[in-house]
Design a protein around this ligand. Sequence first.
Ligand code: CA
Length: 423
Amino acid sequence: MKPPFQTINADPGPQAPAKIRGRLKSPLQGVAIALFLASAAQAAPVPDPARFAPCLAELKPDAQGRGVSGAAFDRLTASLVPDMKVLELLDYQPEFRTAIWDYLSALVDDERVADGRAMQAQWSEVLAAVSARYRVDPATVVAVWGVESNFGRNFGARPLLTSLSTLSCYGRRQAYFRGEFFDALKIVDSGDVKAEQLTGSWAGAFGHTQFMPSTFLRLAVDFDGDGRRDLVGSVPDALASTANFLKKAGWREGEPWGYEVRLPSGFDASNAGRRNKQPLASWSARGITRIDGSPLGGGDAPAGLMLPAGPRGPAFLVFRNFDAIYGYNAAESYALAIAHLADRLKGGQPFATPWPTDDPGLSRVERRELQTLLIARGHAIGTVDGMLGDASRAAIRAEQQRLGQTVDGRAGQKLLTALRGPR
Ligand code: CA
């Protein structure tokens, strides 16, 4: 399981790490909230670059204890220089927290469905072989690929050995990152991935499927038969490794992840929750139906009722396979994005129940249009990439102020519509 760090391919998710969640005054369910969190900067000691070399020397015996040869350690660390920027990213707390409808509107948009279908066609033989070997739904594998790296277009550009060695010697999670650093050294030393190709997120997730090094060592497979497990250069290896992950996480072939349901009016939602699994018959008895009104059917398959935006938003019954997806990246919003994208790739429709908002989120096409409009109004927000970072958020706040809208830094349909109008 990946730590719940920000994924490189999406805005910060609606479910923040517990450390951040603990700062909130109330649960976030169903409410789009822009929270302006106090800065985490609490007189942390200034990282001293001169401590890096002695730190590496101290790490060497531990690395050897974890199976890295002394010669490999010396060779692979000789030219490393710490990158203090990753320490800022470690402690970064987004001031904007994303509502579930904004998170999903960018991760599962028509563009990603079209791209995913093109990939399904291009890699159909490999996907058929992968699903035959691992007994995992191929559309779910493609959905993971699309969300993790936008089908191989966005791996993250930070050299892993640099990031992980820095995080091993400075900052607040050194013990965790040392394990990942040693595993990354093993990956390079084994010849599976070359050091110069081993780039990724600041936290060390890399390749088409954004595995952490420890996950790679446990679960990556050589599917194209060239003798290397290569999640950077080989799509077949990446797809098969994802399938292997889902299988090991408990995927059951032929079973759904879940589906959207309809709640009866006045439904008491106090039993909701992914983990609170109850037999389908029990949910049926409480008046829940399929979204089209047809009965759930009886049966004792355990299902949890998930209400990601509270009882007035879309409702889902989720089964064991949803938990397998959750294992990939521990956030329910993430798992819902994968599950929904997989359904869309198979011809499924968008959710029938609207999100409880009068200002829906933006697809990536719309985000790029918004960024173009912001630049045209003189805001220096960098590249038009559909990813809304702090600069875009600041520009959005300025425009919201000017337009007399709520100043929350959020990009929604109302703002886009207003900016499309005459200046
Ligand atoms: Ca291979």
